[in-house]
Design a protein around this ligand. Structure first.
Ligand SMILES: [Mn+2]
Length: 329
């Protein structure tokens, strides 16, 4: 892995132009790591293209460099780089599935990215943490703007330094980023606390249908919920943050109706339960404690498949992994 880290640094140094991208439905870590690396390479005089197939969500447009993100751009002869993305299909419609990338930097244990240099550190809670660790080694200076992007990424994926994969070193990286000029309380508020009125009304629909059976907490969100609430996204508006605070469940699942007869599934698991393998078996991916997938079918069809599989996962975890420590990977 050390070799990969050095070779990535050399590749960045030699490149004149860099095409940089991350996953669809980008979260704070995807956006934070994309912008941080993009800004650092620009500061070294590189020609940088930053691409997100879904564009940059409005709630992250305060981040430095966010106005430079495009939805479509041919890589041409540039070095092709993906951050925080486990699977080339998750780069979205602006990227050819058959492409080979030059560099991938990620922390998803389910990573299968076709890249010449694939740096995957699943023990790191955020791709932004991997970048914060290696950017100085790559000779990249962490400016206040870059620190702002990286701390946003770490805060987003650790839910504010409180996920079970947190390490003392993640806190040290957070302290370093504060010293470089990132404003922790402000970024915390923006990335994790503030909600729109529409999102709160959308949550209401999901909460009104919330059920818990055999330690599995679950609910659904439909297209008509979004219409009625006026919520513009197609995600769960982070309703999962509310569900994971509820006592008495080992795993929480949200089913989110999508266009074209598809349903998105989002899992969150307590330590000792690994939902990433279940997500992969259904064509998705993620982390042991948080994963997702998307299936074709009606809400009822998808729910019956996923509920059965998730109940089984909870039963099989009981007494085996449950009392042990969460696997570090
Ligand atoms: Mn991430």
């Amino acid at each position: 892995m050390k070799e990969t880290i050095l070779r990535i640094g050399e590749k960045f140094k030699k490149a004149d132009s860099i095409w940089l991208t991350s996953h669809i439905r980008p979260d704070g870590d995807a956006i934070g790591s994309l912008l941080a690396l993009g800004l650092a390479l620009q500061n070294h005089g590189k020609q940088v293209t930053m691409l997100l197939s879904d564009g940059l969500p409005a709630n992250f447009r305060y981040l430095p460099g966010s106005n430079k993100v495009v939805k479509k751009a041919d890589p041409g002869s540039a070095i092709r780089v993906a951050v925080d993305c486990s699977d080339i299909r998750r780069l979205g419609k602006s990227v050819n599935e058959n492409d080979q990338l030059d560099i991938s930097i990620d922390h998803h244990i389910t990573n299968v990215m076709p890249a010449d240099l694939n740096l995957v550190e699943p023990e790191e809670p955020a791709t932004s943490a991997i970048l914060a660790k290696y950017m100085p080694e790559w000779g990249m200076q962490i400016t206040a703007d870059i620190a702002t992007c990286l701390l946003t990424g770490i805060l987003s994926d650790t839910l504010g330094f409180r996920t079970s994969n947190m390490t003392p070193n993640t806190l040290r990286l957070g302290a370093m980023l504060m010293e470089k000029g990132a404003n922790l309380p402000d970024l915390y508020q923006r990335a994790l606390v503030r909600r729109s009125f529409d999102a709160a009304r959308y949550w209401g629909f999901g909460l009104s249908r919330l059920q818990c059976e055999d330690r599995l907490l679950w609910t659904s969100l439909t297209a008509s919920d979004r219409n009625e609430a006026g919520y513009p996204g197609r995600d769960d508006a982070d309703l999962m943050a509310v569900l994971s605070a509820i006592d008495g469940a080992d795993v929480a699942v949200i089913f989110i109706e999508q266009p074209d007869g598809k349903v998105k599934i989002s899992w969150r698991a307590q330590p000792g339960f690994d939902v990433s393998k279940l997500a992969v078996s259904l064509g998705g991916g993620g982390h042991p404690a948080a994963a997702g997938a998307e299936l074709g079918g009606t809400m009822e069809e998808v729910q019956s498949i996923v509920m059965a599989a998730t109940h089984l996962l909870i039963q099989n975890s009981n007494g085996t992994t449950r009392k042990k420590e969460e696997p570090s990977a």
